[in-house]
Design a protein around this ligand. Structure first.
Ligand code: NAD
Ligand code: GLY
Length: 363
């Protein structure tokens, strides 16, 4: 990869503000991220796929500190309470004090669990996100949502706990499997679809460069999505209002992921299908029209993302799963709907019969 300048985006939250660094070679740039560490104890949380690729390089930057690693098995199923308990025990074994830091090295599964572990240890210690998937770089590492899954649903247990820094080394994306990379692109598109039409236009022009993982275009795409999300998080950290917009496609998407046992669809794939379903429901409710949906579908299709519900998923079961969504209140569905590119909206009291009709129609 060519060397390209590092971009810095600040998530502005008063004394808890933090930088998101995006660029090549940041994993080896310990002089930059070690400034964030306050104490001597570090627990690196990673998984059995990412650690063999990148832990050795990260460890070069940890020399002189008291550190250890805790590795999850790979997969969404391991974002569990049981593993939080084990990670907390690893902090205990390390002798971690309140100035200790957890470093998350991996994708969103590792980042969410590491952040929640840090939020729990001694009622909250520092953590640094080192995201190694595109999805984690553009979404899960930024904004402080941490947590784990329960058998009844995704991300039902968690805490808002902001990292001290996000270190997005784009060179790590060179080893990311194609399907995972494309799933990350869904989260890039999502940001543009919700609130940034100029960004969406730009993405439409950059499809080939994005597929080729061209570094300058990749950095620009990550930075634009992170800048958008950082702005939303700065205005509404704990999702009292605007932040809910970031969940475009998620109520549908989480239901699809859960129905698929967390193995059939990747998170970004669920979001891609979910965005199309949200667009179609918006059409049905008269908020939008077919040209907007077609534009979204065209971009998703060019980037190789799925757009229809996998066969054998039962619409009634999906609806039941959607009722468990965290955004719902007073027994009513609260969904993020869409007026077209750059214009998402929170809508309460959506009639379940309309949702079911969209889930039942093939495309
Ligand atoms: P993931 O963490 O499972 O990573 C995807 C796969 O890529 C895994 O097999 C992983 O081992 C592998 N991998 C990671 N980096 C790699 C690399 N550089 N090279 C090779 N392989 C690599 O999945 P994800 O898509 O990163 O994250 C999904 C998770 O993020 C879900 O649990 C979702 O709920 C969560 N999420 C959280 C937020 C938030 O705001 N906290 C937002 C979106 C998603
Ligand atoms: N991924 C949605 C959020 O961070 O709010």
């Amino acid at each position: 990869m060519n060397m390209t300048a590092v971009q810095t985006i600040d998530v502005v939250l008063g004394q808890r503000s933090y930088p998101v660094w995006i660029g090549p070679g940041l994993l080896d740039d310990a002089a930059r991220w070690r400034r964030v560490l306050r104490g001597r104890h570090v627990l690196v949380l990673s998984n059995t796929t990412v650690a063999p690729l990148y832990l050795e390089r990260l460890s070069q930057g940890l020399q002189g500190l008291t550190w250890s690693s805790f590795l999850l098995d790979d997969g969404e199923a391991h974002k569990s309470f049981a593993n939080v308990g084990r990670a907390l025990e690893a902090l205990g074994q390390l002798g971690a004090t309140r100035d200790a830091c957890v470093i998350a090295l991996g994708g969103g599964v590792v980042g969410d669990l590491a952040g929640f572990t840090a939020a729990c240890w001694m009622r909250g210690i520092d953590f640094i996100q080192i995201p190694t998937t595109l999805l984690a770089m553009v979404d899960s590492s930024v904004g402080g949502k941490t947590g784990v899954n329960l058998p009844t649903g995704k991300n039902l247990v968690g805490a808002f706990h902001q990292p001290r820094a996000v270190v997005a080394d784009i060179v790590t994306l060179e080893t990311l499997p194609e399907r995972e990379y494309r799933a990350g692109l869904a989260e890039v598109i999502k940001g543009a679809a919700i609130g940034d039409e100029a960004f969406f236009n730009w993405l439409e022009q950059q499809v080939e460069a994005l597929i080729a993982r061209e570094p300058t275009v990749l950095i620009e795409a990550i930075a634009r999505k992170v800048r958008y999300k950082a702005g939303v998080v700065s205005r509404d950290e704990t999702e009292q209002g605007e932040r809910a917009l970031l969940n475009l496609g998620h109520t549908f998407g989480h239901a699809l992921e859960t129905a698929g046992g967390y193995t059939r669809l990747l998170h970004g794939e669920g979001v891609a299908i979910g965005m199309v379903l949200a667009a179609r429901l918006s059409e049905r409710l008269g908020m939008s029209d077919a040209t907007h949906t077609a534009r979204l579908q065209h971009l998703l299709q060019r980037l190789g993302l799925p757009m229809v519900i996998p066969t054998a998923m039962d619409p009634q079961q999906l609806l039941a799963l959607m009722r468990l969504d965290k955004k719902n209140s007073a027994g009513q569905l609260r969904l993020i709907l869409w007026r077209g590119v750059g214009h998402a909206e929170i809508v309460s009291g959506v009639d379940e019969s309309d949702v079911l009709a969209v889930l039942q129609s093939p495309s």
